[in-house]
Design a protein around this ligand. Structure first.
Ligand code: 1HE
Length: 272
């Protein structure tokens, strides 16, 4: 049955996931963390299901949206899983998160995270894998690893400083400082801030816009751009030239340029 969001339950492998609820309209796939009784804390099953979902998106998928069921986006690492872990198990556990989170950031489609309530610890690490973040007014961000006697292990040390800088992340981890939605937005944690309850609608609105772009252009933006930004300028600019020629050579790009020149496409800042 199609819901008010225009999405219907996904079929196939995505329908078999137990801690993620998947729905789709074809181009947009919405994955909702579905463990609200534990505030969507990320246990091994949920992390593996995220990896499975992103490795098995339907061929028609053009963009994915991640959100959380219940009062919070995600309470981070399921702390009940770490108390008896050996050092070696801790390393393998962290590497499993890296594999799953890489599958999100470096998967085939742009990803939009819709945030509300707690976005803490591994929940913030998960949010940082997305290419766009929408935060509801009641969102709050924390990195309580310092207080828990642990360290980020879900790629937060690589991804979060690229959003807010090492200095802010150091403060959040050392002092347990919590950012509210407005502070998070100012620091660079979210791209869009909306009223409570309006996050998914905004996320889906953005998703449908992004899905209307040429797929190769979206791929270049989400996969080439962040890599080029990590390169020395000379190497980066060479890759930029290759990527831009590849994207431009695609028939979808040629058609879009012809549409603009033929006055059949919208102008910047105006609806088409
Ligand atoms: C959990 C977890 C969890 C809740 N692991 N079980 N993350 C944290 O340090 C965050 C810890 N959680 C919290 O601070 C709060 O739960 C929240 C602010 C997120 C939400 O508060 P609230 O009042 O809505 O819920 P609650 O009553 O605290 O929790 C409801 C249940 O979820 C409760 O279980 P119950 O059996 O007593 O009902 C909680 O124990 C459970 N729960 N959060 C396990 N995180 C790869 S490295 C990543 C490192 C980290 O992520 S460190 C940060 C961990």
């Amino acid at each position: 049955m199609t819901s008010s969001t225009g999405l219907r339950p996904a079929e196939g492998l995505l329908a078999q996931l137990t801690m993620l609820r998947a729905e789709t309209d074809g181009a947009v796939v919405h994955l909702r963390l579905n463990r609200p009784d534990k505030r969507n804390a990320l246990n091994g099953t949920l992390v593996r299901e995220l990896q499975t979902a992103f490795a098995n998106l339907p061929a028609a998928a053009r963009v994915a949206v991640i959100s959380g069921e219940g009062a919070h986006f995600c309470a981070g690492l399921d702390l009940s899983e770490v108390t008896e872990q050996s050092v070696a198990e801790g390393i393998f556990h962290s590497r499993q998160w890296h594999a799953a989170f890489d599958a999100i950031q470096f998967g085939p489609v742009p990803v939009i995270a819709v945030l509300h309530g707690a976005v803490v610890g591994g929940g913030l690490e998960l949010a940082a894998t997305a290419h766009l973040r929408v935060a509801e007014a009641g969102t709050f961000y924390g990195l309580p690893e310092g207080q828990r006697g642990i360290f980020v292990g879900g790629s937060g040390s690589a991804r979060i400083p690229r959003l807010i800088g090492v200095a802010r992340m150091t403060d959040m981890m050392l002092t347990g400082r919590v950012y509210d939605a407005a502070e998070g937005q100012a620091a660079g944690l979210s791209h869009y801030r909306v009223d409570d309850g309006a996050g998914l609608a905004k996320g889906l609105e953005l998703a449908r816009k992004v899905a209307a772009n040429a797929p190769l252009s979206n791929y270049a933006i989400t996969q080439a751009l962040p890599r080029i930004a990590e390169m020395a300028p000379a190497e980066g600019l060479f890759v930029e030239s290759l990527m831009s020629a590849i994207a431009q050579g695609d028939e979808a790009a040629k058609q879009r340029v012809r549409d603009f020149l033929g006055k059949r496409a919208g102008k910047v800042g105006k609806a088409s």
